[in-house]
Design a protein around this ligand. Structure first.
Ligand code: HEM
Ligand code: HEM
Length: 144
């Protein structure tokens, strides 16, 4: 209960960073990773549109959704929970997820454009992405 007699209320964004603190390094890093994948995803999308060959659509979809949208959402979460961003678990989560994206997404592009030999790398990268998301679930359910 707060002084108005209501239940817990969300913090105002300006209350998250008292004493002029900056956005957590981890959140900033997630946005840097995310924007690189958005640019790559858009290049693949533009290439598909211009060439009128949509065979890379699955790689385009995952570069944009796993590389850009999910990374940016992780960044938003850590920006809203600066205390959780400052833990070894969150740092490990970041590196495992990013390593997974860096392996899975370009290899998926090569796979769907005809290089079947890279399939084991897509599988390995996918496992890292999955592990990164699993660790994010642990971060979300952990106490601050
Ligand atoms: C310059 C911008 C973009 C271009 C030119 C573009 C182009 C395309 C093209 C040509 C396809 C294949 C469509 C088909 O064959 O059915 C596609 C699919 C898709 N795009 Fe984009 N796209 C762009 C941006 C984005 C962004 C920003 C996102 C997500 C954040 C996105 C998500 C998707 C998804 C999820 C699919 C797969 C849809 C499906 O298979 O049903 N695209 N896009
Ligand atoms: C370990 C991670 C993941 C794996 C292994 C995976 C695997 C797959 C596979 C096998 C397909 C079918 C592709 C096809 O039929 O051509 C697919 C489609 C799709 N996945 Fe994922 N996925 C993963 C993560 C995600 C995430 C996190 C998102 C969204 C945030 C997502 C969004 C989609 C969408 C929108 C499609 C349909 C796209 C299309 O047909 O072009 N995936 N995924």
């Amino acid at each position: 209960m707060n002084e108005t007699g209501q239940g817990a209320v969300a913090k105002h964004p300006s209350d998250l960073y008292p004493r002029g603190q900056q956005i957590p390094v981890l959140a900033e890093r997630y946005f840097k990773v995310a924007i690189v994948f958005l640019l790559l995803g858009l290049l693949v999308g533009l290439h598909m549109s211009i060439s009128n060959n949509h065979s890379a659509h699955a790689a385009h979809a995952h570069i944009n959704l796993v590389g850009w949208v999910t990374s940016a959402l992780f960044g938003v979460y850590y920006a809203l929970h600066p205390v959780k961003a400052d833990t070894r678990l969150a740092t490990a989560q970041f590196w495992i997820y990013v390593a997974g994206c860096v392996v899975m997404l370009p290899m998926l592009y090569f796979l769907v454009t005809g290089n079947e030999s890279v399939e084991p790398l897509v599988a390995a990268g996918s496992m890292l992405v999955f592990l990164g998301i699993l660790l994010f679930a642990v971060v979300v359910f952990s106490n601050e």
